[in-house]
Design a protein around this ligand. Structure first.
Ligand code: HEM
Length: 439
């Protein structure tokens, strides 16, 4: 743990697993989520991105009540109903990739993720066009997220405003179709509308919140191409899939190795490396005082933030006695708490180190003390703000891995391509696939 100053705001960087877990669980009592000030300003001005009724901006009891209702619409059971849609989208993309032959896995997986979102969440047709439209709108919306609110044509701000309006129109059209009984049953939007407690405004704002969340799905999926192109993980998945005739007949969680691959994809080069909070009061954390009002950066993937120096080993989630081991049928479930691998990365004394050198030594300590500990991989966060879309993402990634490995062969331009971390986590050259064919 160390302190710094970011844009004039006193900030504490938290890396220890115990500390990260405690802070996330004590959302609302020790810390609360913060959104960039500019966003808050825009929200107050009613010209907002996510919307005042979105989970992202609600707090306390209001947040918890809504989270519970929305949780049903995005539950594991609801996602199981969507499995044919996830498969349809993925098979569509595999056919497209065979035709393309060579492509950027990063760009294509972004499209795939938006198609899955369009079909699975909104009930739109499972087509590449759906993915392309949503992808373009969300790029525009995110492009205006932290820019000056200049309402002139073609400014990032104005493009973001237009994109938000277009997304709302799409959602409203789908809501009308659902209300008039035109199918679409099973999509998350229909599930949301079936919850009588939810108003139309709450539904719309939380579809947009979900869309912001979905931006992490494509980059995570791209890792399947990189890490499964060759090597033991591919063999492991193939071996497992050979034992089942048709994965559609099996609960995805029964595919232990495939799920371990998914968890490893979520662990390695984490797309969301830290979560941002503000201290609600003075409190003690591992013997140090965190003053009220300070920003708190919770490094949820602290032990695994060794971008480009890490190794892809799904078996770490299966090994008996390892921190990541699960019961025989639950390799795909959320990790339980473990005491393993919680090395002391805090430096021991009560004083908090105050510079980047301390950061480097904290990370070095983490690398050696915790690198083998998959438990300290919290890709979806923890506690009241844990990711709403985690079940759909895990299912979609499992379907992608199964389709890729069981029916296709591909080669990467540079299998060892590195990932950059700033300004966003992404492969440096877009992960070029040099050939992709049916087996
Ligand atoms: C690989 C893909 C994804 C990753 C790594 C991811 C990660 C996360 C993380 C770490 C949080 C916690 C944020 C915090 O504590 O401040 C979160 C929250 C959230 N995620 Fe995801 N997410 C992913 C995909 C999705 C998808 C597909 C959806 C919707 C369909 C979604 C919807 C949300 C929502 C609505 C929240 C806010 C929850 C709240 O504030 O209560 N996410 N996500």
């Amino acid at each position: 743990m160390w302190k710094t100053n970011i844009l004039g705001s006193s900030t504490v960087m938290v890396f220890g697993e115990e500390d990260c877990r405690r802070l996330l669980k004590e959302e609302g009592s020790l810390v609360e989520v913060i959104w960039p000030d500019v966003t808050a300003e825009l929200v107050d001005a009613s010209s907002y991105w996510v919307g005042t009724a979105s989970l992202n901006l609600l707090k306390g009891g209001d947040h918890l009540r809504l989270k519970k209702v929305l949780g049903d619409a995005f539950s594991e059971e609801a996602v199981e109903v969507l499995r044919p849609t996830l498969q349809e989208c993925t098979q569509l993309f595999c056919k497209r990739w065979v035709q393309l032959g060579s492509f950027s896995a990063y760009d294509e997986c972004k499209l795939w993720a938006w198609t899955i979102f369009g079909a699975g969440v909104l009930g739109l047709p499972a087509t590449v066009e759906t993915g392309r439209r949503l992808c373009g709108l969300m790029d525009d919306l995110q492009g205006g997220f932290q820019t000056a609110p200049v309402k002139l044509p073609l400014t990032p701000y104005q493009k973001a405003v237009s994109a938000r309006e277009a997304i709302v129109q799409i959602v409203q059209k789908q809501m009308d179709a659902i209300s008039s009984g035109k199918g679409l049953r099973g999509c998350c939007l229909a599930n949301m509308m079936a919850q009588e407690q939810l108003t139309g405004g709450q539904v719309i704002d939380n579809v947009i919140a979900a869309a912001f969340g979905n931006a992490s799905a494509g980059p995570t999926a791209a890792k399947a191409f990189q890490h499964l192109a060759a090597g033991p993980a591919r063999e492991g998945v193939s071996g497992e899939l050979r034992k089942v005739d048709d994965i559609a007949c099996h609960h995805l969680q029964q595919l232990e190795y495939t799920n371990a691959v998914v968890r490893e994809m979520l662990r390695i080069t984490p797309i969301v490396p830290a979560l941002f909070r503000r201290a609600l009061k003075d409190f003690e954390l591992s013997g140090r005082l965190i003053p009220k009002g300070w920003s708190v950066y919770i490094h949820t993937g602290a032990s695994v933030q060794k971008y480009n120096q890490d190794s892809f080993q799904p078996q770490r989630w299966l090994e008996q006695g390892s921190a990541g081991s699960q019961s025989s049928t639950a390799a795909g479930r959320e990790p339980s708490r473990s005491s393993k691998g919680r090395g002391d990365a805090h430096g021991g004394s009560g004083a908090m180190p105050n510079d980047a050198a301390a950061a480097a030594s904290s990370l070095a300590a983490l690398s050696s003390a915790q690198s083998g500990c998959p438990e300290h991989s919290l890709p979806f966060g923890l506690g009241p703000r844990m990711c709403l879309g985690r079940h759909i993402v895990k299912a979609a990634l499992a379907v992608l891995v199964a389709e890729l490995v069981s029916k296709h062969d591909w080669h990467m331009g540079d299998p060892a391509e590195q990932w950059s971390v700033f300004p966003t986590v992404r492969p440096k050259e877009g992960l070029r696939v040099s050939s992709f064919a049916e087996l």
